[in-house]
Design a protein around this ligand. Structure first.
Ligand SMILES: [Zn+2]
Length: 502
């Protein structure tokens, strides 16, 4: 049993009961990094318990970001009218040319924003080019450790370029710049797998805080041999698999051309689906795809902010849940959603569910959205029995919201206001793993002001390093964009099948 020195008691707060929409007065007793009990307020504190003042605070479990990309931290705000394909077209100059310092700073920016806005754990599909390295993943892990945040780190990999992944795209581009693009190649699948294996073999993180997973990014961006090697490696090391699945209509159409089946059916045929598998976005699914995911116990990471920003579509989350799919909520990377705000992601998840049907029974209720952003995401990350709830035995990942903040004046309905009113600005303090990482709006371990000049230096360095790639990307953007508009206008069978009556 932990010594009494590790006991803390959070006193005077109100614990969210998301199901009955109430803020219920309770003290929270912590033993080490776990919640030991929720007790009646004002009772005698156990001997030696260190008190933490939560007067006038609403206590919720830390939100869990089911899908983000730490490399986006240094690229926020860089694009505007980009489809997913134009984002992928820009990704080399947006996310390439990074040093270890850049990888670290980019992850740090994202982690700081997430914690400041009430998120305590994330699934980070980070990109390091040309291949993920031990030094790279350790730098990213250091960023999370310094902030005090929990994360699953998955190197995002591929053995094909975006231009090879979209049938007919390269041929549609003007000859001269196309030759420059053709020189840019991904590393062969064998090198990709060796790099991932090195990381899995040689990193030893505290698995209760940092875990590894694999993320062969998009089915069309990986040869089947490369996909299968990822599947086997994930099995060998017992880690999760996370992929972008049917994010855009273009991917869905190109998937049928490439495989003769939907992308999800193809992954199923390759033996990818299982409880360890998370499909990000999953917008262009038909009902059979949803059933496949459900039958295998797989999860979906729903990213409504990114889906809106890139115009990718509205995921049929109500239908997924009805089919039995576990759904978590994510922000996606800051290069395609521009912030890491899980409150906004919940708000969007609720709102976009309403534009798919005139029948309000099919709209997601706020308690369900909250459950997705906590328990649903926890399950997708493989942390389902440890985080996502304020209950005895769960890790002490607790967000304190200021009930004196205008977002709660007046407090009519705690769950509705958390999902529909809260924007992160009432986040006052955050505990992760029983440790105070943010107290009354200030990070306890880091000085953001001191980081600013390092981050600005990184921005200047990357602007120089990526200049040529950016120019090449700009020269071809309109050609890529127009070709993809043509592809997106092709019919796809899913449209009538996902329950969209608009
Ligand atoms: Zn993503």
């Amino acid at each position: 049993m932990p010594s009494t020195a590790h006991r803390k008691i959070i006193r005077g707060g109100y614990v969210l009961n998301s199901v009955n929409h109430q803020a219920e007065p309770a003290d929270v007793l912590l033993e080490g990094n776990r919640i030991a009990a929720l007790v009646a307020p004002g009772g005698a504190a156990p001997e030696g318990a260190e008190p933490i003042d939560a007067a006038n605070r609403l206590l919720i479990p830390g939100l869990i970001n089911a899908h983000t990309h730490s490399h986006g931290g240094l690229a926020k705000g860089m694009g505007d009218r980009w489809t997913l394909e134009l984002l992928l077209h820009a990704s080399r100059w947006l996310s390439g040319f990074r040093t270890t310092e850049h990888l670290y700073l980019s992850a740090l920016i994202g982690a700081l924003e997430m914690v400041r806005k009430g998120c305590t754990t994330c699934y980070d599909l980070f990109l390091e080019l040309p291949l993920p390295t031990l030094e790279g993943v350790e730098a990213i892990a250091r960023a999370y450790q310094e902030v005090g945040m929990r994360a699953v780190l998955a190197p995002m990999t591929a053995d094909r370029t975006f231009y090879q992944a979209i049938p007919g795209l390269l041929e549609a581009l003007p000859a001269a710049p196309r030759r420059d693009l053709e020189k840019v190649q991904m590393q062969p699948g064998e090198a990709v797998i060796n790099a991932c294996r090195t990381i899995l073999k040689h990193t030893a993180f505290d698995a209760s805080c940092l875990r590894l997973a694999l993320a062969p990014t998009i089915p069309l961006h990986c040869s089947d041999d490369c996909l299968i090697a990822h599947r086997d490696l994930a099995q060998e090391y017992g880690v999760g698999l996370h992929m972008h699945v049917a994010e855009s209509k273009i991917q869905a159409v190109a998937g049928i051309k490439q495989y003769g089946t939907t992308l999800t059916a193809h992954l199923d045929a390759l033996g990818f689906l299982g409880p360890h598998f998370t499909a990000a976005h999953a917008i262009w699914l038909d009902r059979d795809d949803m059933q496949r995911l459900a039958d295998h116990g797989a999860s979906v990471a729903h990213n409504p902010g990114s889906n809106l920003r890139l115009g990718s579509g509205i995921a049929a989350v109500h239908e997924m849940v009805q089919a039995g799919v576990n759904v978590g909520i994510g922000t996606d990377g800051a290069s395609c959603s521009d912030n890491q705000n899980m409150f906004e992601a919940m708000r969007f998840a609720s709102f976009v569910s309403r534009v798919r049907s005139h029948d309000y029974h099919a709209w997601l209720p706020t308690e369900q959205v909250f459950s997705m952003a906590t328990e649903g995401s926890a399950k997708a990350l493989g942390f389902g029995d440890a985080i996502g709830r304020l209950a005895p035995g769960y890790k002490a990942d607790i967000v304190f919201l200021d009930l004196g903040h205008v977002n709660y004046l007046p407090l009519n309905d705690a769950t509705n206001q958390l999902v529909h009113t809260e924007d992160g600005s009432a986040v006052d303090s955050v505990l992760i793993d029983g440790q105070i990482v943010l107290w009354q709006g200030r990070f306890t371990r880091l000085d953001i002001a001191a980081l600013r000049s390092r981050i600005e230096t990184a921005r200047e360095e990357l602007a120089i390093r990526s200049r040529e790639a950016k120019q090449l990307s700009a020269a071809l953007e309109e050609h890529v964009g127009r070709f993809c508009i043509g592809l997106a206008r092709q019919p796809y069978h899913v449209h009538a099948m996902a329950g969209n009556d608009y």
